[in-house]
Design a protein around this ligand. Structure first.
Ligand code: ZN
Length: 219
């Protein structure tokens, strides 16, 4: 059974965000991991996308968006990011909650309202998680902090992929675009970092969501 709270548009957005840069089909296992649903639910939803001409399914390989699917997903993600800006920047909603609420508003608000909001906000370039609003396919700037080096300081450019897990870590650890993060030590899959004058231990997997530019003196 399909989870009623997750719409076709959510699947479309997720496929767009998770899709492979090399143009290979996205394995359904990746969608399963992302949503935490059964393979049957995922398969049913993919079939709905296929019926609507939004995606093609290649057996044993995965799913690819059609041109219509991509265009629809792009419009959706743009709306999502504009609503996130409003919630986070204007109403001071924490970033993980802003992401969730934007997920509702992006479906509920007509396009013209979202575009008026975009202008009202001064046409922001980035969402609060550091993703570009008008260059949806741009790859994250800098390197993944999981691949960073001990002793170096990075300014966080973005959190990617954006999902409830990554944004919860961001909120709890206080790692936001614009923050300076220093890697103190890497050991056994864990990384000790210093952020906002506090030392914290996070796993490499958790830090793989954060991207940054090396700002260590002299580099
Ligand atoms: Zn965002």
């Amino acid at each position: 059974m399909i989870n009623p709270s997750v719409s076709i548009e959510d699947y479309l957005g997720a496929i767009y965000r998770l899709q492979r840069k090399d143009g290979q089909p996205l394995p359904l296992g990746d969608l399963q991991e992302h949503f935490g649903f059964s393979p049957i639910s995922i398969h049913e939803m993919v079939q709905k996308l296929v019926q609507r001409g939004l995606a093609v399914y290649i057996p044993y390989k995965g799913v690819l968006l059609t041109l219509t699917g991509s265009t629809t997903a792009e419009a959706l993600i743009r709306r999502h990011r504009i609503w996130e800006c409003f919630l986070s920047n204007e109403l001071a909603v924490p970033i993980d909650e802003a992401h969730q609420l934007a997920g509702d508003l992006e479906h509920a608000a007509p396009d013209w309202i979202t575009e008026r909001l975009f202008n009202h906000l001064g046409q922001p370039s980035f969402c609060p998680h550091g993703s570009a609003i008008d260059e949806l396919t741009s790859t994250p700037v800098g390197i993944s902090i999981a691949n960073g080096q001990a002793g170096r300081t990075y300014v966080i450019s973005c959190i990617s992929p954006e999902n409830s897990n990554s944004l919860q870590i961001a909120r709890e650890a206080g790692i936001l675009p614009g923050s300076s993060l220093t890697i103190i030590e890497k050991k056994n899959g864990n990384i000790e970092i210093e952020i906002n004058d506090q030392k914290k231990q996070l796993s490499e997997d958790d830090l793989a969501y954060f991207w940054g530019m090396d700002m260590t003196d002299g580099s």
